[in-house]
Design a protein. Structure first.
Lengths: 266, 310
């Protein structure tokens, strides 16, 4: 489905600030995988997503999506096949425009001069109702008036309106309060399962990293240091994960937020 | 002042307001929708005037309108290419194009800083002939300008509801979201600036023909005047639907002209126009900020007072 071969990226090359953010990383994601990704701050998790999305072009290596080489494809051309949610709920939608206008652009239906039709509104309404947040009755309101949780749920709907081949979730519930976070996460799970979307999710919550999905990656210094799935993963505890981190990186995992894993149900 | 006099002043303000309204509508698209402050507006206004005057002088008054719009959108295309494909900052792109347009405009007029169209057929004189004898013949200027402004408002109301128009609005609101909707913000910025500058060019063209003269400096300060009008209009109809906001922009242009005309009556020298427009823009943009600071200052003052009493 998604394959990264020997991908590297250095920021600020040739300066004192040079940072090797992705270090000859290779990854093969199978169709239908739901992968959770953990790692300390600066491990390269978001950089990995940026490389997949095309926010920058990688220095070396190739990226394949569904057999197509997308290494040099610009970001907006990959977007139809790759959906992405950020931690910041404000990043995914245009605040000055109404809910239906945002959905219309995300849905990508019609030519440049086409309008929102009654049929479009009907299907937006149906899809919004699935969120269970009452947004279907506020379709004319500007998105800027919504709460963070509502906006993130809307972004989720926008990113998956036309089911993408891959969905990238970059701690997309971390900025929400625990109750809303759980709701958005459940929505994510049902949308991903219903549409059989291949999914990669960055999380700081080790518990949900192990509970959700079928495969877990641990990253450090731009590399994948631990890749676990199947039976072995089923038996893992948070303690095992921290031990693995120490073994693989030779350091203690120095992130309280990750260790405790109690910060909300992400 | 007699009633007739007031009426004629009002009409002049209305006519000039309507000419300026086209530039205000252009900025409504580029500034309010696309969130780009297009500083090439001054030069583009003059460009439209120059092209319109030269085409009218060559005997094609109707052709002058599309010609001026085409010239304007070409200028917008260059501004857009500079800022989206050549790494020039948005504001700088506008300034650079604005400077360059002075030479272009002089080249178009054949190195003449002024052109006289007193005996040249213009769209206004054509309209006057066409309306000759009817009850409306006295208002031919107003009718031409009203038609132009109405058409532009109708166009914008339609255009900003299309997928392309929505993409342009989204580019000004959140470019990340545009990219993740598989739309190239470079493309939407380019289209937005081309359309917006077409209206600026049309505005200049009609201004020159209405005054029956062209001056190389006639666009100078236009961006500030138009911005002031846009912000005045926003006070009245800023939070409404797109068509109403466009009408608000026209209303703002008219109010600006009216206040200016009245100020001239009260013996304010004509050269004060630009200072007035600058002050309006400064007040409209910094007003909310200053208000916030004022509230903070008041709270600090009160807190200090309370500390003193304890």
């Amino acid at each position: 489905m998604l394959r990264l071969n020997d991908v590297s990226k250095t920021f600020h090359p040739g300066t004192a600030d040079a940072k090797l953010a992705l270090d000859h990383l290779s990854l093969h994601v199978l169709p239908g995988d739901f992968i959770s990704i953990i790692g300390a701050n600066g491990a390269g998790k978001s950089t990995l997503f940026n490389a997949i999305c095309g926010s920058f072009f990688t220095d070396t290596g190739t990226v394949y999506l569904d057999g197509q080489n997308i290494t040099m494809l610009p970001e907006h051309k990959r977007a139809r096949q790759i959906g992405r949610l950020f931690q910041d709920p404000m990043r995914g939608s245009a605040p000055d425009m109404s809910i239906e206008e945002n959905l219309y652009l995300a849905a990508g239906i019609g030519g440049w001069l086409s309008h929102i039709t009654a049929a479009d509104k009907k299907s937006f309404r149906d899809r919004l109702a699935l969120l269970g947040m009452g947004l279907e009755d506020r379709m004319k309101q500007p998105v800027g008036l919504l709460s963070g949780g509502q906006r993130q749920a809307l972004t989720l709907l926008m990113a998956t309106y036309q089911a993408p081949k891959v969905l990238l979730l970059d701690e997309h519930t971390a900025a929400l309060d625990p109750g809303t976070a759980e709701k958005v996460l459940n929505l994510t799970r049902s949308i991903v399962e219903d549409n059989r979307i291949t999914c990669l999710m960055i999380t700081h919550n080790m518990q949900s990293a192990l509970e959700l999905g079928n495969r877990t990656l641990m990253m450090d210094r731009g590399r994948i240091i631990y890749d676990v799935s199947g039976e072995e993963r089923g038996k893992l505890t948070i303690r095992d994960l921290t031990d693995k981190f120490r073994q693989a990186s030779g350091r203690e995992l120095d992130n309280d937020r990750m260790l405790l894993g109690t910060e909300g149900k992400q | 002042m007699s009633f007739d006099k007031i009426l004629s002043l009002g009409q002049t303000a209305l006519e000039l307001g309507l000419v300026n309204a086209l530039t205000v509508l252009a900025l409504f698209l580029s500034y309010s929708m696309l969130n780009v402050c297009d500083l090439s507006t001054d030069g583009c206004f003059t460009l439209g005037a120059a092209v319109g005057a030269v085409v009218a002088l060559s005997g094609h008054p109707w052709l002058s309108l599309p010609a001026a719009m085409l010239a304007g959108s070409l200028s917008g295309l260059i501004t857009a290419v500079l800022q989206t494909r050549m790494g020039v900052q948005s504001l700088l792109a506008g300034i650079v194009v604005n400077t360059g347009l002075y030479s272009v405009n002089m080249a178009i007029t054949g190195s003449k800083a002024q052109l006289n169209m007193n005996k040249t057929p213009t769209v206004f004189s054509m309209a006057k002939e066409a309306l000759g004898g009817t009850a409306l013949s006295g208002q031919y200027k107003l009718l031409v300008l009203l038609a132009a402004v109405t058409l532009v408002i109708l166009f914008l109301s339609f255009f900003l509801r299309t997928r392309l128009g929505l993409s342009i609005r989204a580019t000004g609101s959140n470019a990340d979201m545009v990219r993740s909707s598989s739309i190239n913000p470079t493309f939407t910025t380019t289209v937005g600036l081309c359309v917006s500058n077409a209206f600026t060019g049309l505005s200049g063209c009609l201004m020159a023909q209405q005054q029956k003269s062209f001056d190389i400096n006639m666009g100078s300060g236009m961006v500030t005047v138009a911005l002031a009008s846009l912000l005045i209009g926003g006070v009245f109809l800023g939070r409404r639907s797109i068509p109403l906001r466009a009408v608000g922009a026209v209303l703002g242009a008219f109010i600006f002209r009216l206040v200016y005309t009245l100020a001239l009556r009260l013996n304010m020298p004509a050269f004060m126009l630009k200072a007035v427009s600058s002050v309006i823009v400064i007040l409209a943009i910094s007003g909310p900020y200053l208000k916030e600071q004022g509230v903070l200052l008041l709270r600090r003052y009160r807190a200090a007072g309370e500390r003193g009493t304890v």
